[in-house]
Every structure is written in C-alpha cells, then in structure tokens.
Design a protein around this ligand. Structure first.
Ligand SMILES: Nc1ncnc2c1ncn2[C@@H]1O[C@H](COP(=O)(O)OP(=O)(O)OP(=O)(O)O)[C@@H](O)[C@H]1O
Ligand SMILES: [Mg+2]
Length: 535
C-alpha cells in the first residue's frame, strides 16, 4: 500500500486507488501518514482539520473518520490514550520517501548520482502538500519544514546540474525560481553563474543589481558576502567560475579489471600467466591497462607504427624501465652473465651485438632472456606489451618464446593488440594460445549506460538516455568514437549524432584500409579455425 500527501491525498492498494470519502477523512489520513509512527493527539488533529473554528462535534468527527479509515484501508491505526498512531513502513508514504532520498543525495558526492536521487525525490511532488484538503494555515502548521527541504533540494539539484555543465539548461528554470523567491541568495547566485557560463555576463550582473535593490527596498539589507564575491569574480572574469574540466574517468570495465587482478594474483602465487588482450582500435585496451597498472609495478613496452624502429623495441623499453627502477647492485646481480648476451636487445648493457645469424643463435638468445626474466620476476613481476600488432617479428617471437617457456615463475605477461591488424603475428599469437595456454580476453564495446556516463563527462552536461542509445548503436560502444562524438557535440550542441568526427573518421579509415588488405590477401586456408582454439 502507498499513501501520498505531496499533492492530493491518495491511498493506493496494489494498482487500485482507494476512494477515501469526504475531506475530513482524507485530511486525517494525510496527517497520520505525515506523522507516521508518531502519536497525533485528537486535539492536534482538530486544530489541523479546523484551524479557524472547530465545531463542537469535532472530536467525535475525528473518531468517526479514524474508524472509517480502519474499515476501508489495510492499515494499522493504533489508539494511544487520546491520540492515534499510524504504524507503517515510513517509505510507504511519499513525504518520508522524499526526505529519505534527499538525505541520501546529501551524502552522495557524485553529481550525476546526486542528480538522479534528487530528480526522484522532487518527482514525488504532485502539487502543494495535502492539496485538496488542507488550508494554507494547516499547511503552515504541518509542512513548512518540508517545504523548505523541497526548496533546498531544488537548489541542490541545480547545483548538481551546474556541476555537470548543464548551465544552459537551468537558466529558464532559475529565472522562474528567482522571480518566486527573490531573497534566496543561493538561487540568485546559481542564476548569475548559469548566465555567466552561458556567455551572458551582462545579464548575470543585472540580476545582481536587481537583487541588491530589492533587498535594500524590502529588507534594508545588503546582499551577503557570497553574492558580492560572485559579482566581483564575474567582473574580473575569474577563471574559478569556469566549469571544471572533467577528467574522463574510466567508465565500466569492472569485470575486466577484476579478471586482470585475479590473474595477477594467480601469477604472483607462482603460476606464470599469459593474457592476450584483444580489441579494435579505440575500444580501450591501453586505457584498461593504464587503470590496471595504477598503484602496482608494471614494466611496459609498446610496438610502434613508425618505420625504422629497431628490432626488439618493445622489449628494449621493458628492460630499460627495469634498469631505471632497480638498484644498480641488484640489477648487476640479476643480470649476471646475461648482461653481455642481451646487448642485442638493450645495447647499453653489453657490446651492441649483430643480428642473430641463425635460428640456433636466436633460440639461445631467447632462452637467455627467458632465464633472465625468471630471475627478474623472483619477487613477482607484471610485463605488459601494448600494440603487439605493430611489434617487429623478432619481438613477437620473443614474446611467444617467453609465454611458452616461462614456467612456475611469478610472472604475469600481458600482450594487447588489434586482432584484425595482426597479419603474420596472427600465427605466432595463435600458437601461444594453443601451446602456451594463454588466456584470451576480448574487450567489448561499452553498454548504453556506460556510454551515457562517458558522454556526460565529454559533453559537460547530463546525457539523455535516448541520445546515449542512438550513439551506442552507431558506435558499437567504442569509447574512442563516443569521445569524439561527445567533443563534437560539446563544441557544437546542434551537431548531428550521425556526423562522423575527425578522430573517429581516422580510426574508421584505418580499419577499412586493413579490411581491404585482408580481403585482398584472403586465402582459402581456414586459418580462423586454428585461431579460435583456446585453452
Ligand atoms: N572505459 C573507458 N572509459 C572512458 N573512456 C575510455 C574508456 N576506454 C577508452 N576510453 C577513451 O577512449 C579512447 C581510446 O582508448 P584507448 O586508447 O585505450 O583504446 P585502444 O584500444 O588502446 O586503441 P588502440 O588500438 O588505437 O591503441 C581514449 O581517449 C580513452 O580515454
Ligand atoms: Mg592502445
């Protein structure tokens, strides 16, 4: 059962509204629900039902109203001395739900979450309190505190919207609110800020001047210090008034981060673990790895698209980082004899060696590196190689050798790549999954809810669910495309959702060029069947 008092008084059982009968009965229910789980004396009920001149039969009328309510509604109205108490879960009554949502919103730091709670809370209001049954006097006696809470909630909601960059959306509403409540300085300040951020500084200052004149005429006071500071900041174009640049925090990926965390724990317990992270350009591989690497030690290398990068470039980055972060004495001990031998990969470690002339020489080098990494990993080690699709063939072969050769060392080895750009590397990586027991993690697009969150950050204003749904469909939830569309629409709010922004266009062009290469080289050999085998 639901009882509603924020508007006309209503009682609903299941889907049905219950006919409550005359005004007195509805008002008695309204008051008992308002004071849910608290005793309301008959005297107080009489004052609230007949604030001006109660009839002599008032006490009897209240008792009849209560007994009618008991008969009509599945509610528990207890008699306590000369009063009554409605025993119920307070959240059945809209005003208590409202207060609880507002309290929750106050404890919530995130603007978007706060906005959601406040929207829900304010959405419970269907009109003035006890709209069809109470006089203004009754409303003053019963509800002035909650009316004030509602206004503060309205202000909190505007603040959340301003925090999300919704200044343009709130100007109209604020103009109306300031008209109704010209002495509420918080609303006035919010209107000034919204106007200022919408490029209407002149109007913002006008609002200040009118408020100052009104306060002087009506109350003989000056605007408060906050409002005066705001005026000064607007006059000085103070940067502090600008919308803080929202950092595009990571959206979603909890599942993937949890899995990476588990695999790291497994690796660090001594079971070497290899993960192949695959996904299209812009799907968020590097971003996920950045987040995963936060606060833990990770050695990272990356394949590069430019021509001329030396052989083993990603590995050179890994070993250089390790050398830079490791005490020289410890490094020398761990390196031991290997220092000279791996000069081919890290020239500063030994004499720059020639290219391996034979397969045997290469195998010996890889074995040396595998043993070295085993020693480096003694206390636990995570190595991440990003953009493997651009890595030189030798780097990939070394990755593969290490993935299959390192056994029972506390090492987590992660390789990330765009699967459709692998070319020859495809076979090498397929072999790792087949023989080395590597785990493949395919990164999917973001869900519509996640796209809405990312768009809100990019747009600097709340994103409508319908807008998020269209953009999710159009981008497949690819965060790079979502980001580019968000930036385009932030710069030009009228930009069409179907317009393809430059950043996304580059990624698509790249994708299409690879696809056409793949189609050209398409061979009748069913390579995919090998590729899909996983362990
Ligand atoms: N989970 C996410 N939440 C918010 N933004 C994201 C997320 N993932 C990616 N992005 C944004 O999308 C863009 C592309 O992401 P990223 O560079 O990680 O993709 P990638 O898969 O590594 O692409 P590439 O194959 O080109 O290296 C980045 O600007 C990043 O900030
Ligand atoms: Mg990347």
């Amino acid at each position: 059962m639901q009882i509603r008092v924020l508007g006309t008084v209503e009682a609903q059982v299941g889907d049905e509204l219950v006919a409550l009968g005359p005004r007195q009965r509805r008002l008695v229910l309204g008051v008992l629900a308002w004071e849910a789980n608290r005793v309301v004396t008959v005297d107080r009920l009489i004052v609230l039902v007949w604030p001006d001149d109660p009839p002599r039969s008032a006490a009897h009328a209240v008792r009849v109203a209560v007994s009618d309510l008991r008969a009509r509604l599945p509610v528990d109205i207890e008699t306590h001395g000369t009063g009554y108490l409605l025993r119920c879960d307070p959240l059945m009554v809209d005003v208590h739900r409202f207060l609880s949502l507002v309290a929750q919103a106050r404890k919530t730091a995130d603007d978007r979450a706060r906005l959601g709670l406040l929207d829900e809370a304010l959405g419970l209001w269907r009109g003035p309190v006890l709209a069809d049954v109470a006089s203004d006097r009754t409303r003053d006696l019963l509800a002035s505190g909650v009316e004030e809470t509602r206004l503060v909630a309205v202000e909190d909601r505007v603040e959340a919207l301003l925090g999300l960059g919704g200044h343009r959306d709130v100007v109209e509403e604020l103009l109306g609110l300031v008209d109704l409540h010209p002495t509420r300085e918080r609303l006035v300040g919010q209107l000034m800020l919204a106007l200022y951020r919408s490029g209407r500084a002149g109007q913002a200052l006008d609002v200040f001047r009118r408020t100052r004149a009104y306060l002087a005429d009506e109350l003989g006071i000056d605007p408060g210090a906050g409002l005066r500071r705001l005026e000064l900041a607007i006059l000085q174009n103070d940067e502090e008034l600008d919308l803080p640049v929202v950092s595009t925090a990571l959206v979603g990926r909890r599942h993937e981060l949890a899995m990476l965390g588990e695999w790291r724990a497994k690796a660090l317990s001594g079971r070497t673990t290899v993960v192949l992270l695959e996904g299209a350009a812009g799907i968020g591989k590097s971003t996920l790895l950045d987040e995963f690497s936060r606060g833990i030690r990770v050695l990272r290398g990356q394949g590069v698209a430019e021509e001329g990068a030396p052989a083993y470039w990603p590995w050179r980055q890994v070993f250089r980082q390790w050398l830079a972060e490791t005490d020289a004495g410890v490094a020398a001990e761990v390196l031991g004899e290997a220092a000279d031998k791996i000069g081919r990969i890290v020239p500063e470690l030994g004499r720059p060696a020639d290219a391996e002339r034979s397969a045997e020489e290469r195998f010996a080098l890889f074995d040396e590196v595998t043993a070295l990494v085993g020693r480096m990993a003694a206390g636990g080690l995570v190595i991440v190689l990003d953009d493997l699709h651009w890595a030189d063939p030798a780097s990939l072969l070394l990755f593969s050798h290490l993935a299959r050769g390192a056994r029972d060392v506390p090492l987590l080895l992660v390789g990330a790549y765009r699967p459709y750009e692998l070319r020859q590397a495809r076979d090498t990586l397929a072999e790792i999954t087949r023989l080395g027991g590597a785990i493949r993690l395919e990164l999917p697009g973001l869900s519509a809810d996640e796209v809405a969150l990312q768009l809100t950050a990019e747009l600097g204003r709340p994103c409508e669910p319908a807008e998020a749904a269209v953009i999710t469909t159009r981008t497949g939830g690819n965060p790079l495309f979502v980001r580019e569309i968000g930036r385009l629409r932030r710069a030009d709010p009228r930009a069409s959702i179907s317009e393809v922004p430059t950043g996304a266009r580059d990624a698509i062009r790249q994708y299409l060029s690879v696809l056409s290469r793949l189609v050209e080289h398409c061979s009748p050999r069913p390579r995919c069947s090998r590729w899909t085998s996983t362990r």
